[in-house]
Design a protein around this ligand. Structure first.
Ligand code: CMC
Length: 428
């Protein structure tokens, strides 16, 4: 019998089961609370709400721990490739060599998108934000690949997973090429996942393009770092949409929209724009730190703070340690890096930030690397999407296999109580 806690509501005892996770997190199971007592719980922003039980990713914010299926993010970044981590997230175990080879081969065979799907790019404005295009085209996959939409058919699910993983880099690179008026570069099946993406982004039909293996490895590591992060806003969106039994393409398309926001994945673009603005304003870092502390302004230090991490973000530490390596390799000297370092130093020594436990997050330094690699800032969140895709897929799949109920929160109604309809000529 599970442990129970007893609470009193309106003089009545209500027993709530306790749930304990494998890493010792404790939760009160309130799923029968309303039926037993008439009460619901209220938790704006869901800071205290466990929306599901999940075996994919463990985050311990106070200690800065991030593990996927039990493996530390540091170890995965050091030893694994992005597709290996994708397999781990989605299927629960690290693949054997033959499993990994088969997985990679299958993905490689699906990298092309339907030729008619390309025509959608012509209909959209050239200056549209790439996240809007990415989300639209991903949703459109469900119109072109109707043979893999049944969430309850394992063969359909497997095929739609492969298709999404294979096609997202192609869709992303086409978005960029279209925006700058260059010819689309088709996928190359002789290249690795990341090298192929770099080639589709930066190659031209007129000259050969060499993908530097060190650069491809650096991007692969950045993708791993974004792989999954338990129940964040976009992942919760994917689960929410999927809970109505919407297909994987539709659910992931919704997740891309959620990621776009500047408080979530859009922060990586916002960080770079903030650093650029500081640079153009004479590198006066303190002015912006003060502005972030000023409660009459809505300016925030982008790339700072996290709902869960309250000491450090382990992903930010890994990225910070590879910034120099990548910039040196590329021979890039970026004045924005100096500003970022100064900003971090001032903020970390400032009471406002230390009291609120605000530290650099994954988005703080990633943009500097993306920029050095040649990505324009509006593509940064697209890169985050490619990295986060395995996590979205894994979470969607886990939820479907758990056969959870449709996600349907309640509310506390605060509007008018019942009143009579007033005819239009009698309204003041
Ligand atoms: N700059 C200045 N003040 C901040 C910041 C910031 N970046 N972040 C939080 N605060 C303050 C906030 O004003 C509040 O102060 P007070 O207690 O005086 O009202 C306090 O810190 C707590 O903030 P909160 O908004 O309640 O915290 P939250 O957990 O709801 O939000 C966050 C987390 C990440 C949205 C927030 O820290 C933020 O807006 N950061 C900037 C955007 C950003 O970098 N987002 C990327 C997050 S990591 C990757 C991802 O999820 O995609």
């Amino acid at each position: 019998m599970s442990q129970q806690v007893k609470i009193q509501l309106d003089g009545q005892d209500v027993e709530l089961p306790l749930i304990e996770g494998s890493e010792g997190e404790k939760a009160l199971d309130v799923s029968k609370l309303r039926a037993q007592s008439g009460y619901i719980t209220y938790d704006g922003g869901f800071g205290n709400t466990g929306a599901c039980q999940s075996g994919i990713t463990f985050v311990q914010g106070e200690k800065g721990i991030l593990r996927h299926r039990g493996y530390s993010i540091e170890g995965l970044c050091e030893h694994a490739s992005f597709l290996e981590v994708a397999y781990l997230l989605i299927y629960g175990e690290l693949p054997t060599q033959s499993e990994l080879t088969a997985f990679m081969d299958e993905i490689t065979q699906h990298t092309l998108i339907h030729e008619d799907l390309r025509r959608i790019y012509d209909a959209l404005p050239k200056d549209a934000h790439p996240m809007a295009i990415l989300s639209s085209v991903v949703c459109c996959l469900s119109t072109f690949y109707q043979d893999s939409l049944d969430y309850s058919n394992p063969d359909h699910v497997r095929l739609s997973i492969i298709r999404l993983l294979a096609k997202l880099p192609t869709i992303a690179a086409f978005t960029y090429k279209k925006s700058i008026g260059q010819p689309l570069i088709y996928p190359r099946n002789d290249l690795s996942y990341t090298a192929n993406f770099l080639n589709m982004m930066f190659a031209l039909p007129t000259e050969s393009y060499h993908v530097d293996p060190d650069i491809s490895e650096a991007l692969d590591q950045l993708l791993i770092l974004h792989g999954d992060h338990e129940q964040n806003c976009s992942t919760s969106t994917v689960r929410m949409v999927g809970s109505s039994h919407a297909n994987l393409f539709a659910s992931v398309s919704a997740g891309i929209c959620a990621l776009w926001g500047p408080l979530h994945g859009g922060a990586n673009q916002a960080v770079l724009e903030m650093l650029q603005a500081i640079h153009e304003d004479g590198d006066d870092v303190e002015k912006y730190v003060n502005l972030a502390k000023d409660k009459t302004s809505d300016f925030r230090l982008m790339g700072f703070g996290h709902r869960v991490y309250k000491n450090f973000d382990p992903r930010a530490q890994i990225i910070k340690s590879s910034v120099d390596k990548v910039l040196n390799k590329l021979g890039v000297k970026d004045p924005l890096l100096g500003i970022a370092r100064k900003l971090e130093e001032i903020a970390l020594n400032d009471e406002y930030f230390s009291q609120r436990k605000l530290y650099p997050n994954v988005d703080f330094y990633s943009g500097i690397i993306y920029r050095a690699l040649g990505f324009p800032s509006d593509m940064f969140t697209v890169l985050f999407s490619i990295g986060r895709l395995p996590g979205w897929i894994a979470q969607w799949k886990e939820m479907m296999e758990d056969q959870s109920r449709i996600a349907r929160p309640r509310q506390i109604y605060t509007g008018s109580t019942e009143r009579d309809y007033v005819p239009i000529d009698q309204r003041s």
